[in-house]
Each structure stands twice: as C-alpha cells, then as structure tokens.
Write a protein that binds this ligand. Structure first.
Ligand code: NAG
Ligand code: NAG
Ligand code: NAG
Ligand code: NAG
Ligand code: NAG
Ligand code: CU
Length: 180
C-alpha cells in the first residue's frame, strides 16, 4: 500500500491511549473456516485517517495481491463471492489509496505485498475509509477482501480495470467489526 507511515508514528498513536475507534477483521480463506490472520483498524478521535495494521499468512509467496473493502455481507461461511462489488458510495471509477475521493472507490486499499514465507504485514494509513465518524464512508460490517492477482490501480484501460483493477479471484475475506 502506498501510504505507509514510519512504524514509530503508528506505535506513538497506539500507545498514546487516545480514545479513538478500533475495529478488526479476522480473515479466512474463501469459503472456509481457515483463519489466516487479523487486520486491525484504528481511527483517531479527531478523524484524520484510519491506521491499518496486522498480518495475514498462507498467501502465495512474493505475490502482490489486490486488497479492497467490498459492499455486501459475506456471512458466517466466509463466502467472499457474496461480498459484491467494491464499496463505492460515491459511484466513481476504481483507483488507488493515494487517489482523491472522486478518483477511487472508498474501498480501494491497493495491494498487499506477500513475503517469501507467505505472510503479508500491513502498516498503512488511509485517508478515506471511516470507522463511523463519517457514516457514508463507514466500513463497519463490510468485508475486507484479498484477491489472487495484482490490482492495476484502475484507469489502465485494460479489462475490468475501472471496476476491479483486474485483481482476479477472491482468495480470502473477513468482516470488519468494531472491537469489544
Ligand atoms: C456464495 O455467494 C454467491 C453470491 O451471492 C452465491 O451465488 C453462492 O451460492 C454462495 N455460495 C455458498 C456456498 O453459499
Ligand atoms: C453510477 O455511475 C454510472 C456511470 O458512471 C451510471 O451509469 C450509474 O447509473 C450510476 N449509478 C448510480 C446508482 O448512480
Ligand atoms: C462524509 O464525507 C464526505 C466526503 O468527504 C463529506 O462530503 C460529508 O460531508 C461527510 N459527512 C459528514 C456527516 O461529515
Ligand atoms: C492464483 O494465481 C496463481 C498464479 O497466477 C495461479 O497459479 C493460481 O491457480 C491462482 N489461484 C486461483 C484460486 O485463481
Ligand atoms: C475508465 O475510466 C477512465 C477515467 O478514469 C475513463 O476515461 C474511461 O473512459 C473509462 N473506461 C471505461 C471502459 O469505462
Ligand atoms: Cu476486491
């Protein structure tokens, strides 16, 4: 993901005890109960972005994989297909996290980089998703999705670039839930 902050900044926020909103997504391989890791979300009390941290494993080593928030509930059997299209409340074209709010879906989180051991570690900040401070942009209850191919960032003119970034099949997903 593009908006990676230095680790120390994230640690500073997490240990400051600031009374923000926290959520998490337990991730599962598509259509199974095979747990592959948890992704945590933190929105500052004075909203200026959402921190996304955590790790997932059992992914294809050294792959760069599309990573989005989709728009429909996936249910208890982690049916990633049921997640519908990207979360796109402003009905705009697909883009990357660094694009402006009218040049990306709210759910466009770019890609994750998988290490040689099949694990991807996240340490990012997104400026557009919300954990509830803005209801229109809130991702609570929606599925976080990992695809089998690389998101091309939209606007490439190829295939489904404008809607999905050509990120291919859905291989893992999990519902974003408020902590506690
Ligand atoms: C998964 O969701 C899709 C789309 O809603 C549906 O067609 C399919 O039957 C579901 N599969 C299972 C196993 O529930
Ligand atoms: C979304 O935008 C497309 C074209 O960009 C348009 O055809 C469609 O009607 C819009 N949908 C809604 C719900 O506004
Ligand atoms: C939610 O965010 C949108 C886009 O930034 C903004 O136009 C809208 O005013 C916000 N809504 C609230 C209730 O803050
Ligand atoms: C994922 O992509 C790899 C590499 O292109 C391919 O070998 C594999 O069959 C794909 N898996 C699925 C579920 O599409
Ligand atoms: C894809 O989006 C771009 C703008 O981002 C637009 O110029 C182009 O016409 C769109 N292509 C399709 C096939 O919708
Ligand atoms: Cu997706």
């Amino acid at each position: 993901m593009k908006l990676v902050l230095p680790f120390l900044v994230i640690v500073a926020v997490l240990v400051s005890g600031a009374d923000g909103t926290r959520a998490h997504a337990d991730m599962f391989l598509a259509g199974t109960n095979d747990f592959i890791g948890t992704i945590d979300f933190y929105e500052d009390p004075t909203p200026w972005g959402v921190f996304i941290t955590g790790s997932v494993n059992r992914l294809r080593p050294l792959a760069t994989l599309g990573f989005h928030i989709h728009s429909l509930p996936i249910g208890d059997n982690h049916n990633c297909t049921a997640g519908g299209a990207h979360f796109n409340p402003y009905n705009v074209s697909h883009g990357m996290p660094s694009d402006s709010i009218l040049d990306r879906h709210v759910g466009d989180l770019g890609n994750i980089e998988v290490n040689a051991d099949g694990r991807a570690t996240l340490n990012a900040l997104d400026w557009i998703i919300s954990l509830g401070s803005n209801k229109t942009r809130s991702v609570i209850g929606l599925p976080l999705m990992i695809h089998n191919l690389t998101d091309d960032g939209g606007h490439s003119g190829r295939g489904e670039s404008n809607t999905t970034g050509n990120a291919g099949p859905r291989i893992a997903c999990g519902t974003i839930r408020l902590d506690g």
